[in-house]
Design a protein around this ligand. Structure first.
Ligand code: HEC
Ligand code: HEC
Length: 319
């Protein structure tokens, strides 16, 4: 894939999102909305934070596949989150959410940031009051659910919106559908590295490049890297340092990377995987797949990067 092609697909993606947002924000308030359209409006509503300062979209920014551009996001009172805000695209089929998998559904997930003291700092009673004080919301919720607005129903609508954020038609999908010109020769070589020499496919497989498993790539040493990940949920010592394998669709636009946002670029991620134990020799419990250096050449690294860049969708179209 050439550089101009990459920037063109990014441009198209951004344009499509801007158009979509403009179209949706022109919605007539008296009109009937679908559950997902309601959810989209709630997702952008700052009343969900205690001091009315931030919405979900402040940490999950639409132009970046609904991820954040900083390693750790700032919550309603300027406090930082302890993990990187992941993208929200292609979550429809996921069996659990968060880096440590502690939520089983999107509905259950949504209530957590709302009440988190570092994120939105709200309590459910206050949120119910605010939602019920808004005549538009009362109207929409009565039509949709035959009930007054409340936090649980709001979470349901937000989850319905999130399920619409499926992205397909990336250059790589077009290539897989038979358009051999959709990706560059370099990206084709990069795909082979992803599948074989790089061993990426051992963990990042399935249509969204995640097997929904928990793995430890060696970003835990109990010292400066002290987030124990899945272990904090299960208490099982074999889970120390394991995190959910993230999907890789749109990964070129979701920097920074990893649960703590420690890598600013895909180049840095590839450098890390090329020799994980050199970078973090004291990592605890690292997956054995990553014990030996990959010894990728400069060209192989740039081929792998070119492949990862073919996973960016040109629009937020349904798969
Ligand atoms: C202050 C920033 C912030 C706000 C506001 C915020 N989030 Fe998040 N979000 C995060 C962070 C950080 C994580 C990762 C936390 C973790 O894994 O422990 C996350 C994780 C998620 C996930 C899990 C994604 C996955 O791949 O597992 C979803 C879904 C999500 N947020 C939706 C929302 C919704 C809906 C709202 C609004 C109600 C919201 N977020 C508000 C920062 C934020
Ligand atoms: C042993 C399983 C495993 C292997 C092999 C593996 N990954 Fe990962 N990958 C993970 C896990 C787990 C994470 C999240 C780790 C964390 O945040 O601590 C991750 C994170 C990433 C991220 C960051 C995504 C984001 O949204 O932050 C990228 C990019 C990535 N991997 C690409 C690759 C590439 C390229 C290869 C091959 C060179 C590879 N992975 C090999 C398990 C693996």
């Amino acid at each position: 894939m050439t550089a101009s092609r990459v920037s063109r697909s990014k441009y198209l993606l951004v344009t499509a999102i801007v158009l979509l947002v403009t179209m949706l924000s022109a919605t007539d308030p008296t009109e009937d909305l679908s559950e997902a359209e309601m959810g989209r409006i709630l997702f952008f509503d700052k009343r969900f934070s205690l001091n009315n300062s931030i919405s979900c979209a402040d940490c999950h920014i639409p132009q970046f596949a609904f991820s954040d551009t900083t390693a750790l996001s700032k919550g309603f009172a300027g406090k930082s989150t302890t993990r990187n805000a992941p993208p929200l695209t292609n979550l429809g089929g996921r069996p659990y959410f968060f880096w440590d998998g502690r939520a089983a559904t999107l509905e259950e997930q949504a209530l957590q940031p709302i009440q988190h003291p570092a994120e939105m700092g709200m309590n459910i009673e206050e949120l119910n009051k605010r939602l019920q004080a808004n005549p538009q919301y009362v109207n929409w919720f009565k039509k949709q659910y035959q009930q007054l607005p409340n936090a649980q129903l709001a979470a349901k609508a937000i989850a319905a919106f999130e399920r619409t954020l499926e992205t397909g038609n990336a250059p790589f999908d077009l290539f897989m559908d038979g358009d051999s010109g959709a990706i560059s020769i370099s990206a084709m070589r990069g795909r082979d590295i992803f599948m074989e020499k790089g061993k990426c496919f051992d963990c990042h497989f399935s249509p969204d490049f995640t097997a929904d498993e928990f793995k430890n790539i060696g970003l835990f040493n109990g010292k400066n890297l002290n987030d124990s990940g899945r272990y904090s949920v299960t208490g099982n010592p074999t889970d120390i340092g394991k995190f959910r394998v993230p999907g890789l669709r749109n990964v070129a636009i979701t920097a920074p990377y990893m649960h703590n946002g420690m890598f600013k670029s895909l180049e840095a991620v590839i450098e890390f995987y090329n020799n994980p134990s050199q970078k973090f020799p004291d990592a605890i419990n690292r997956d054995s797949t990553l014990n030996k250096p990959l010894n990728l050449s400069t060209r192989e690294k740039s081929d792998l990067l070119a492949f990862l860049q073919t996973l960016t969708s040109t629009s937020a179209k349904t798969k």
